[in-house]
Write a protein that binds this ligand. Structure first.
Ligand SMILES: Nc1ncnc2c1ncn2[C@@H]1O[C@H](COP(=O)(O)OP(=O)(O)OP(=O)(O)O)[C@@H](O)[C@H]1O
Ligand SMILES: [Mg+2]
Length: 264
């Protein structure tokens, strides 16, 4: 298989147990799924089901307890810290619920930051790309405003531009619209969808917003520490909204042999 045919991300049996002195909190109990290049996938699940934990692991910000994941064919769980941070800077963009912009810096400086951080200096090419991205997210006239002088929706659009700065293959977004009103949430989501289509960037976003999740190409439902079975994931959300799908509890047995296990 050539590089371009490889899936973007293959996640296999990822488990996470938080250990605090003698207290253990098992959160992820064997997560399996695959993301193809250019997909826009929503991750749903009850509060506390481990969505943010999984995004942190896939973003290589946190190590899993066990399991593996390959991105663009590269196994990331065994990479050393330095290689991991290089890979992360080049291939992964992050959008958080709270924009995490640097308040005293302008929109332009905030967008340039991942690039300047990578090269340890500002470059003209970096400035040009950041300018282009801010124009793309509709903030041409706010480029030189400090982050504190931007509205919530504008800040999140800066955060979207920042996530794209290094032309990542994958954008991980943790409730990217969770802090926005309906109108701004719709706008931010529409922007991400347009960018995904224009650039082929893959998006995995966690959300509690079922309307937005329905607009994604596919949904992954996390429940009980595992990915819910395939049929439920493919059902329209209104069907599963009131009736949570059955899950494979991999702590108590093997997955069913009827092929219904999630291998999206
Ligand atoms: N550092 C930690 N130590 C112990 N437990 C933790 C730690 N971080 C998260 N947890 C636990 O892991 C579980 C999953 O948390 P996580 O934030 O991933 O959930 P979530 O699905 O993102 O929830 P929400 O939808 O509310 O954002 C929670 O029960 C939480 O208490
Ligand atoms: Mg969360």
């Amino acid at each position: 298989m050539t590089d371009t045919q490889l899936p973007l991300l293959e996640v296999r049996d990822i488990r996470k147990v938080f250990v605090d002195r003698d207290f253990q909190t098992p959160v992820l109990k064997g997560i399996d799924f695959t993301l193809q290049r250019g997909e826009m996938v929503a991750m749903l699940g009850p509060s506390g089901s481990g969505k943010s934990t999984l995004l942190s692991i896939l973003g290589t910000l946190m190590r899993p307890t066990s399991g593996s994941f390959r991105m663009l064919g590269r196994e990331l769980t065994t990479l050393a810290e330095k290689e991991l941070s290089d890979f992360r800077n080049q291939q992964i963009g992050f959008i958080f619920q709270y924009h995490h912009l640097l308040p005293d810096f302008t929109a332009l400086e905030n967008v340039m930051f991942p690039h300047a951080g990578r090269l340890w200096r500002e470059t003209r090419a970096g400035r040009e790309r950041a300018t282009m991205l801010l124009e793309r997210v509709g903030l041409k006239d706010r480029m030189n405003y400090r982050a504190t002088r931007l509205s919530g929706g504008q800040k999140q659009r800066v955060a979207i531009a920042r996530a794209l700065m290094n032309q990542p293959a994958l954008v991980l977004a943790d409730e990217p619209t969770g802090n926005l009103d309906r109108e701004n949430a719709d706008q931010a989501f529409a922007l991400m969808t347009e960018i995904q289509r224009e650039t082929g960037t893959t998006f995995l976003l966690s959300t509690h917003d079922r309307e937005l999740a329905e607009r994604c190409e596919r949904r992954i439902y996390i429940q009980g520490g595992v990915v819910a079975t395939t049929p439920a994931n493919r059902m329209p959300l209104r069907v599963i909204a009131g009736d949570l799908p059955a899950v494979i509890d991999r702590t108590s047995g093997s997955p069913p042999s009827d092929g219904s296990r999630q291998r999206a």
